[in-house]
Design a protein around this ligand. Structure first.
Ligand code: 21W
Length: 255
């Protein structure tokens, strides 16, 4: 997968792209990660990329020409590097009004060959960028940040870890929270007793059928308590519905 990020703050991405799983994925050739400063595509004397809004009012608006030119340059470079027949990229505008990121959206984007992210700051975007350039608008949730860079890093992290060969077996994406629509069960490791707090007996029993049952039940109870809306889409057996019914108004049943 190829990923290009259009930003006025490319240095923000250096650490994240170079470290940990993303850095390893890049070293192993699973993904190429590049930033493009769209100020380099400004056409006026002072390299300005924003301007005051038509119709007045406060704030600044990102001009269309530098962003169109930067996306077109990235698309052209991808054509040269791959084949002229290469699939056009997904062009993703990071903005607070976008579709909220989900694991389903990360899985969808992980199928693509080329992603282009556009990050802005407090400015708005000229609406023609939305209408005629981009394929997706993404937010990472209902809180206000100072720019789209951290959100783009979040999306990139969520997508790249799903690419084949990026995670080792023991971190496999298969067992993640949200992959089966439920929250994870509680985990324990040695010692069996720490400051008088014991590991649940069932986990030391060696009975793997019992352990699986306990974990599934914990997963369901924890989801019911913390994120009940997730259960609406989960596929549950009659037995599992029974567990949840019994647990109603019994918060002590978790753990
Ligand atoms: C904050 C952008 C406020 C715009 C017209 C002129 C990207 C984000 C962002 C930011 C405004 C995401 C205006 C969750 C986020 C992001 C910076 C308001 C004022 N309009 N996901 N001036 N939260 N945030 N615009 O903040 O760019 S994805």
């Amino acid at each position: 997968m190829r990923i290009d990020v259009l930003t006025l703050f490319p240095e923000m991405f250096e650490g994240v792209f170079g470290s940990s799983i993303l850095g390893k994925a890049r070293d192993r050739g699973k993904v190429s990660l590049a930033t493009v400063n769209f100020r380099d595509f400004a056409t006026n004397k002072h390299n300005t990329v924003d301007d005051t809004p038509y119709g007045g009012g406060g704030g600044m608006v990102l001009k269309p020409d530098p962003i169109f030119a930067a996306v077109e340059a990235v698309v052209e470079s991808a054509r040269q590097a791959a084949s002229p027949e290469a699939k056009p990229p997904r062009v993703i505008l990071m903005c607070p009004q976008g579709e909220p990121l989900s694991q389903a959206k990360a899985r969808e984007l992980a199928q693509e060959e080329h992603l282009v992210f556009i990050c802005g700051h407090y400015e708005g975007y000229d609406e023609r960028i939305r209408e005629f350039l981009i394929t997706d608008e993404l937010s990472i949730g209902d809180y206000v940040l100072t720019g789209g860079e951290l959100p783009a890093m979040v999306v990139i992290d969520a997508v790249v870890r799903l690419l084949p060969g990026v995670l080792g077996n023991d971190r496999s994406a298969l067992h993640d929270s949200f992959s089966d629509g439920l929250l994870e069960y509680p985990h324990y490791t040695r010692p069996p007793e720490f400051r008088g707090w014991k590991v649940p007996d069932v986990l030391l029993s060696g009975n793997h059928a019992e352990i699986d049952r306990w974990r599934r039940r914990q997963s369901l109870l924890r989801t019911a308590k913390r994120r009940p809306e997730l259960l609406e889409r989960a596929e549950l057996s009659d037995k599992e519905r029974d567990w949840l019914e019994q647990a109603k108004n019994r918060p002590d049943l978790e753990r």
